[in-house]
Design a protein around this ligand. Sequence first.
Ligand SMILES: C[S@@+](CC[C@H](N)C(=O)[O-])C[C@H]1O[C@@H](n2cnc3c(N)ncnc32)[C@H](O)[C@@H]1O
Length: 207
Amino acid sequence: MNILLKEIANYYSKKIVEHGVTHHGVDWNSHESQYLRFEQLTKVINSDETFSINDLGCGYGALFDYLLMRYEDFKYYGCDISDDMIKAANIRNAKYSNAHFNLSAELAETADYSVASGIFNVRLGFSNDKWNEYLETTLNLLNSRSRKGFSFNCLTIYSETDKMHDYLYYANPCVIFDFCKRNYSRDVALLHDYGLYEFTIIVRKHQ
Ligand SMILES: C[S@@+](CC[C@H](N)C(=O)[O-])C[C@H]1O[C@@H](n2cnc3c(N)ncnc32)[C@H](O)[C@@H]1O
């Protein structure tokens, strides 16, 4: 694992050790906002079909709970760079044969869909250049491991200035939209209308 991912993994491991298996343990302000993000991200799924899904930066596997409540037949592959997150995810989901968790920044499976919630937000002291490079590399990974589409979220530059922090990364939604449109698919949606200081991008691929 490179130094950037090691530092990010340490940051999140501390969170779950401190707060346990809760929204605070994955650094979200509330359970409601965590689920509101899932609601946006899962718009990439065509719900009529059986599907497989990657969750890059799965934390303790909260998205798996969300999917269980809404879909009957799916295979879930969560991966995370924090050992503590993956341990927690394995313990709480041990009884589900369709849930798989992997300690990694790589996606082992090519799935129908991939999602990533919250992995581009905390950049600690890394520069904009370094973080942009990481963002592009990670989007390429999501694209290469998704047959039908992928989705992810980022904090937005359209945030209130007095609430912004240096250790967080705020992306320009128009730039990210343009990047996805030019590099991945002609079908890209930008969702910036759900009341959080962030946006979600949905990339639908044509097979
Ligand atoms: C904000 S938390 C969100 C967790 C989960 N997605 C959720 O919404 O409940 C971000 C998680 O992504 C993990 N993470 C960050 N960057 C990652 C990367 N490049 N690859 C895999 N996991 C990553 C962190 O360790 C952390 O558990």
